[in-house]
Write a protein that binds this ligand. Sequence first.
Ligand SMILES: Cc1cc2nc3c(=O)[nH]c(=O)nc-3n(C[C@H](O)[C@H](O)[C@H](O)COP(=O)(O)OP(=O)(O)OC[C@H]3O[C@@H](n4cnc5c(N)ncnc54)[C@H](O)[C@@H]3O)c2cc1C
Length: 295
Amino acid sequence: MSWWKKLKGKVKLKEPLKKHTTFKIGGPARFFIEPRDAQDLRRALIFLKRYRIPVFVIGAGSNLLISDRGFNGAVLRLGAPYFKQIIFKGTDLKAGAGVNLNKMVAACTKRGLSGAEFLVGIPGTVGGSLAVNAGEAKEGRSIGNLLEKVTVMDYNGDLKEIDKKDIKFRYRSSSLSRYIILDARFKLGRKKREEIEKTVNKYVAYRRASQDYSGPSAGCIFKNPRQTSAGRLIDLCGLKGKRVAGAGISLKHANFIINNAGAKSGDVLKLMGMIKRKVKNKFNVDLKPEIKIWR
Ligand SMILES: Cc1cc2nc3c(=O)[nH]c(=O)nc-3n(C[C@H](O)[C@H](O)[C@H](O)COP(=O)(O)OP(=O)(O)OC[C@H]3O[C@@H](n4cnc5c(N)ncnc54)[C@H](O)[C@@H]3O)c2cc1C
């Protein structure tokens, strides 16, 4: 019997990854696995190790550029109900890695729990967002600031809990990215629901005003260099609206690339190369990608 038939969760073969990225770009994955629970995930990892199949974890795919060639390995997604649980205990919240951030903020708001409002509008999961330490640039807050503890699994299938003091969070990166994050515990505070709603609406309005939702994207392409924003530098190079085939630099936010019409991963990479060269020539600044690139 094929090993993947022994798993309890869903397994798809040759699954197009463009179905699982907000960029709507990405070729097929040899295996696309959604384990039923932590035990099933462990089982999958043991098989994958035994057959030397490379593994990638995907969340909502909102920070990814995946090659059109796809991935000759297994993509794991923690999308089963087991990984989407939200449990409150007083002002503590335990959220599964597969929980969507907007759902998490909505659940907190309903309970009168404050602290996570700034995450509203980020189209990621708890797991993916902790791996990249997602946040908002204006006030410099990120999801790592809220965290108390995480449960992770290593690629051998061993579980452990990690306390916040043992985790390194930096601007759009964290030491958790070498594990598979299963769930996270956050510490929140109490506030009146109307007050929380007001703050949530403020962040929604800010993101609507500054970000481009006109087509598929992966959010900001480059990290902000010190003291300035990547979008500003790209704009000052006169690159807004520049296109390579189906990929175009947003007219609204110069650090967004929009998949206007069937863009290929190569189109986005060419556009990124052009941006890097122009910004380097004009400002002597080396832009670093914020998105994760699976070549
Ligand atoms: C319109 C738009 C607006 C955005 N706005 C913002 C913003 O304001 N601020 C911001 O920070 N980002 C923003 N982003 C980018 C993106 O939404 C965030 O980075 C998000 O947190 C990524 O989460 P994800 O679940 O989609 O992760 P994915 O993109 O699926 O994965 C990102 C990385 O995390 C890893 N990963 C995923 N799940 C796990 C897991 N369970 N365990 C370990 N590693 C894992 C992946 O392997 C990958 O390396 C935006 C994107 C879009 C499209």
